[in-house]
Structure formats: C-alpha cells, structure tokens
Design a protein around this ligand. Structure first.
Ligand SMILES: [Zn+2]
Length: 408
C-alpha cells in the first residue's frame, strides 16, 4: 500500500476506535456519519476490532423505522494497564482497565535521599506485586506507564534532571524493561496528568488544553488535540520556573524568584517554617505539632481556614503570583481550557476559588475570551491514570497495533 493510503487507513481506524470508545453503545451508521466514512469501510474496521475482542455487539438497539441496528460497544476490560506515579512524597501504582476502572492500588513512601537505583527497584517490586495479585492473563496486560517529575527523554527513558529528587542522568526505563515482559513507557508527570484528565477527566474532547499541576512543585503541560507538546528539546511546560520576582528566593533549579519558589507546596511550607522560627506563626506551628521543620503546606491551609492571619497572608501571596503566572501562559498560548489539578487543588476550596479570580484579574481582556478554567476531576490518581494511558494511547494511535508497543 502506498504510504499516503496507509496513513489514511490508520487515521480512519484510529477515528473509528475513538468514536466507539467515547460513544458506546453506537451503531455502524452513526459511526460512519461521525467518521465521514462509508458503511462498508466502517464494517471492515469493526470486523477487525471484533476479531480482536476490542469491541463487541450488544445485539439490536431501538428501531427508528426499519430493522433495528446492531449496537456496538467498546470492551473496556479487554486489556489492562498499569500506571505508576513517582511523586516526591509518595509513589502510587494502579491497575486499571481501558475505561479507567481501578482494580488494584499500591502505595509507597518516597525517600529522596535513597539512591535512584534501589528506589526504582522498590517501585518495580510494587508493580510486580500488583501484577501477581491481579491474576490476569499476561497477554491482557497491555503495558506499564510511568509518570516521573522532571526533564526526561521518553524514548530512551533517561531522567536528565529531576529537581524534586535531585536526580541527574538516571536510566529509569532499563530497570523496568529488564523486569517486565509487558511494554513500559515513561512520560513527564505533568504531561501524564494532562493525559489522564484529557482521556478520562474534565478536558475530554477539548482541543487545546493547558494543565497545571500544583503540588510539591509546579508544572504544566500543553496538549494540542491528540498531540503532547513537548517543545523543541522536550522541556516545555516548566511553568514553575517562570521567573516572577527579580532577586527573589533561590529555587531548586538554581535561579532566583521562580514561581515554584513562591507558590508551590514546598515554598508555602518553607515560608511558614521561617515565620515560625521568627515566632510569627503560632497557629501554624500548633497544626504541625510544635516543630517548625515539620510544617507542611497542609498545616498552613488548616491554620488559614481557622482564621490565622499569617497563614492567610502566605497563601494569598502564593495565589496572586500563581494567578499572574497562569495568566501569562494564557496570553502566550491561547488555550481552550486551563485545568488546575494536583495536591494543592485538593487541599483547599478557597485556593481554587481565589486562584480562578486572580487568573481573571490578570489575563489580558481580549485574549482567550472563551477560555474555560476548570478543576481537575481525577483527584489524587490523575497522574497514575494518565501514566496508565501511555501504552493505551500508543496502541490506539497505531490503530490497535500490538506491534507498535512491542517495537518500543
Ligand atoms: Zn526555578
């Protein structure tokens, strides 16, 4: 087949899979209409997908006059996926099906001081445990996806630099590939989170989406339709290192005044610790059990909710700068939607309401007039779900091809 014809066939197959996946149950005439294909072309594809057991017939639906049409549905548990979220404070491993139904979960505390090799072996132990416990046939595990904070090369699986863990040049993928027969893929954690919300969450069917991950650090990811925009050298999305304060505090990246050094969970905790040492943060200190070094962002949120002025001031400053940073991104990128997700979004409703207001205050009046600012809906597991989506995404992008996964 000529190259162009082959590409068109692949695109059509991919579209038909997506249409069935997102609109089940659906009949062939509806698929043909949505995909802009003839019914025989659709049937050629659906026969193949039925053979693979990726879709199945539910029998005849409601008649609209003539013979009732056969309804097809996507078989979400035809394959299973494993998602790994390597977070600075916790590692989460989940086993889910293609509909993001989660069957198993395993957690592990992250220790930043541990050497990367033994840390990653412990993560792999967790994956092994979940596979052994799940009791699913090997051929039905489509793959393992890993979300990892920092700058990395998704092809080679090398972590170039992860400021959260202070890792440099760590070969992550080989650790997993030597232990598992299933295909293993890796992506930056912010991009994994963006994929999770795009496949199963709040930004489904939205074209240009900027997802902001607010947690221990601050990161962002831009999706353009099916594409992840990684930038020219794979480093796009470093919203946390947008410099907003000349001569501000030093940041984990080595620069000063980065957004992450003002508004991240880490920065909120750090500022409160300093206030506590200066004897200005009695209520926050009480929440943390009396030891300044034990203060975490969550203690500042609790004190703020209880009316503590110091805590409220720290949080207000974090929100204001974040609002400015995100408004800058909106002016620059003109997305259709901004998704705000991550641990900080889960810890405080006030933060979300006020941040939305601050973004509106700073955004250029005529830019992105129809933008929607939304809160992520996948919660704590957004990154793990998004990571699990990595092998599925590749499988579907290549027209339900195992070969595309085996060829990694
Ligand atoms: Zn920085």
């Amino acid at each position: 087949m000529a190259y162009n014809k082959q590409m068109t066939a692949l695109k059509n197959k991919r579209n038909v899979i997506d249409i069935i996946r997102l609109n089940s149950p659906i009949n062939k005439a509806e698929i043909a209409k949505m995909a802009g294909l003839s019914i025989p072309s659709v049937m050629k594809i659906t026969d193949e997908l039925e053979e693979m057991k990726l879709i199945c017939s539910l029998g005849r639906g409601e008649s609209t006059g003539g013979k009732p049409p056969e309804m097809l549905t996507f078989v979400t548990n035809a394959f299973y996926l494993i998602g790994v979220d390597i977070g600075r404070s916790r590692v989460k491993v989940i086993l889910m099906d293609m509909g993001a139904q989660i069957y198993e979960r395993r957690y592990m505390t992250s220790t930043a001081t541990e050497n990367p090799e033994s840390f990653l072996e412990r993560v792999a132990d967790l994956v092994e445990e979940i596979i052994a416990n799940a009791d699913i046939p090997k051929e039905r595990l489509l793959g393992i996806g890993i979300g990892m904070p920092g700058i990395l090369n998704p092809e080679s699986g090398k972590i170039i630099f992860s400021p959260n863990f202070m890792w440099k040049d760590v070969e992550l993928l080989p650790v997993f590939r030597k232990r598992f027969a299933a295909p293993v893929l890796i992506e930056n954690a912010n991009r994994a989170m963006a994929l999770g919300e795009h496949w199963y969450g709040v930004s489904q069917n939205v074209n240009r989406v900027l997802t902001v991950n607010l947690g221990y650090g601050i990161g962002a990811a831009m999706l353009d339709g099916r594409k992840i925009d990684r930038g020219g050298s794979g480093c796009s999305g470093e919203l946390g290192h947008m410099i907003l304060k000349k001569d501000g505090n030093i940041c984990s990246c080595g620069n000063r005044g980065c957004l992450e050094s003002i508004s991240s969970g880490y920065a909120i905790a750090k500022t409160a610790q300093q206030e506590a040492r200066n004897k200005n943060a009695e209520k926050i200190l009480k929440e943390a059990g009396g030891i300044p070094e034990d203060i975490e962002a969550k203690h500042v949120f609790l004190a703020a909710e209880a009316g503590d002025m110091t805590a409220q001031t720290i949080i207000q400053e974090a929100i204001e700068y974040l609002g400015i940073g995100i408004a800058n991104c909106i002016n620059l990128l003109d997305p259709d939607m901004v998704v705000l997700a991550g641990r900080i979004m889960l810890s405080s409703d006030y933060f979300w309401e006020e941040l939305k207001a601050q973004i509106g205050n700073h955004q250029m009046k005529y830019s992105a007039m129809n933008i929607r600012i939304k809160k992520g809906i996948l919660g704590e597991e957004a990154t793990a779900i998004g990571a699990a989506t990595l092998p599925l995404r590749r499988f579907i992008n290549y027209g339900a091809s195992y070969q595309a996964l085996v060829d990694l």
